[in-house]
Design a binder for this molecule. Sequence first.
Ligand code: ADP
Ligand code: MG
Length: 238
Amino acid sequence: MGAIRLEKVKKTFGTLDVIPGVDLDINDGEFVVFVGPSGCGKSTLLRLIAGLEDVTDGKIMIDGIDVANEAPAKRGLSMVFQSYALYPHMTVFNNIAFGLKMAGESKEVINEKVQSAAKILNLTDYLERRPGALSGGQRQRVAIGRAIVRNPAAFLFDEPLSNLDAALRVNMRLEITGLHQDLKTTMIYVTHDQVEAMTMADKIVVLQAGRVEQVGKPMDLYSKPANKFVAGFIGSPK
Ligand code: ADP
Ligand code: MG
């Protein structure tokens, strides 16, 4: 399960009111893209859901339970970062296995889960390499593998492709949406790239200055933008 509901979620940093109050419903299994210009609060909103930042006010419901005061590890979500955050001294196997080892899983379970994730991600032949000996796309897949083995209620991606070159970005987009079709797990994907949003999302959430401007299917935002900001940002015809 992975239904996520935000109720009046607020975040201030000192006097800076970054998220004045967001309400949002994400259905189990949906691929939701948060899109908006740099600095609009996309990462902050994702980090609030992940528990990497504390909410100033409001509720974060996961499958009906408010987790706003729960530690990140208790929320059952996996975050995939832009910078991969891989351990350079560890093999691919151990990078993917790291969270499972920390959780005290048995060797057999770890091996089975890592092998299964490696198969999904085409990393089977690379398990003994270190991240330095991988391509950018392979490193990104290792980061995703680390998330997969934890069998999360939802995957949270923060601009995972922005360090990759254009051609690879298109490939990885297809890989991630393919992964979503296979796993059918809720995914929240943050990007400032309209094309990524339009091509990947079941549902797009357009943000500006910490506010939700519109929520809808890509084609609905395109054909019926709620306002000039959405029209301009999505590139709808005038
Ligand atoms: P985005 O991911 O959409 O580019 P962010 O969520 O990173 O935007 O940032 C939204 C706003 O919050 C920006 O003005 C940013 O400077 C501010 N901000 C983010 N994190 C912090 C922090 N830890 N302390 C103070 N301000 C922050
Ligand atoms: Mg960001």
